[in-house]
Design a protein around this ligand. Sequence first.
Ligand code: TMP
Ligand code: ASP
Length: 238
Amino acid sequence: MEKTVQLYEGKAKKVFATSDESLAIVSYKDDATAFNGEKKGTILGKGVINNRLTNRLMKLLAENGIPTHFVEEVSERETLVKKVSIVPLEVIIRNISAGSFAKRYGVEEGIVFKAPTIEFSYKDDALGDPLINDFHALALGLATQSDIDTIRTYAFKINDILKAFMLEHGIELVDFKLEFGKLPDGTIVLADEISPDTCRFWDVTTHEKLDKDRFRRDLGGVEDAYNEVMRRLLGDTN
Ligand code: TMP
Ligand code: ASP
């Protein structure tokens, strides 16, 4: 399947049409941004790593009953996916306090929660992706109650699957962000990516950060961290 016209360019990916109306090709960039695009940079090799990691994790989730947009990897940076209309909600699951949670509630990072939490942000860059609840999402017509119920059920199930998988590879899944899409028949599927850009990964023993926080917080060793996650989860560095 060849890509045709570019449909969209986001901060970390481009999306292209294909000769099949129902399919698109996602192309992962090395560009990195943080704080709603205020901080910009490049993480060399990130596009390849995020493409390969996302596909591995989407396959794992599909094997465990989660419907996804994944069709097939077409090159190191590009993947064929089902074309969806993205539900404009960023779905965030947390197992351990970090990031905006720690800041908002004035607590330290690293508190292990008794049960995972979920929150939604309204996916709108101009507004800075504000927090939103179910009622507001319904009021704004962003999704139906049944969509939200499905998304919440999938998100917690995805957390169980990913948490166990990461732990097998010496990684603590601190928190992560998911996006879901709708197929033309209304089916909700997991879309977007699952990568060190969109998850917090800590080494299980040292608690070293192995994710985009190294870029956000200028901690150095950004590329090494992405490569380490790939090595642990995929067993190589190519
Ligand atoms: P937060 O603590 O900054 O709210 O981030 C929670 C998780 O969501 C973290 O794993 C990083 C991810 N995330 C994104 O993927 N995109 C974003 O724009 C933001 C703010 C967070
Ligand atoms: N991806 C988001 C942005 O550019 C934020 C983040 O991941 O921290 O702005």
